[in-house]
Design a protein around this ligand. Structure first.
Ligand code: FEO
Length: 175
């Protein structure tokens, strides 16, 4: 059985992951409308990843006998500026989420919930990847700028991203 404090903290993180999903879906639509459909695809896959994060947490809560309490999710912005501004916001948001995951992990430590600590290690590692992905794109944008033919190459590259659902096996073994 899971403690009420741990349960509430996981429910809060489910809400945060759903906000992340909506934020990236909004960014995706924004970029597609601007004509960079590959970037839109990358962000849409990011939306799918965030929904998968929410579902992993939700399923884990159920598995532990906790009560799932969904909450209202704040509306994301609809305008994001230049491509560099878009990915700066992605990186800032992921840094924020890393802080939330760390707080969640801290609750698991306070509650002496060793099972939750092991489960949450996947999310701790996932945040390293999330920040690295956004940083890599920002680094490229810093080289090529927001305009020019190189943006088309980048757009093409980002169009190849596909969603791979995180599996239970990956949850248990993936760092
Ligand atoms: Fe669910 Fe982008 O972290």
């Amino acid at each position: 059985m899971i403690s009420v404090k741990m349960q509430d903290a996981i429910n809060k993180q489910i809400q945060a992951e759903m906000y992340s999903a909506n934020l990236y879906l909004s960014m995706s639509a924004y970029c597609e409308l601007k004509g960079v459909k590959g970037v839109g695809n990358w962000l849409r896959v990011q939306y799918q990843e965030e929904m998968a994060h929410a579902l992993l947490l939700l399923d884990y809560l159920k598995e532990r006998g906790g009560k799932v309490q969904l909450a209202q999710v704040e509306a994301p912005p609809a305008d994001f500026g230049t491509l560099t501004e878009v990915f700066t916001k992605v990186l800032e948001h992921e840094r924020h989420v890393t802080g939330l995951i760390n707080q969640l992990y801290e609750v698991a430590i306070q509650e002496k919930d060793f099972a939750a600590q092991i489960f949450l290690q996947w999310f701790v590692n996932e945040q390293v990847e999330e920040e690295a992905n956004a940083t890599e794109i920002l680094d490229k944008l810093a080289i090529i700028g927001d305009r020019g033919v190189d943006i088309l190459y980048m757009d093409k590259e980002l169009s190849t991203r596909v969603f791979v659902p995180p599996s239970i096996a990956a949850t248990n073994s993936n760092g």
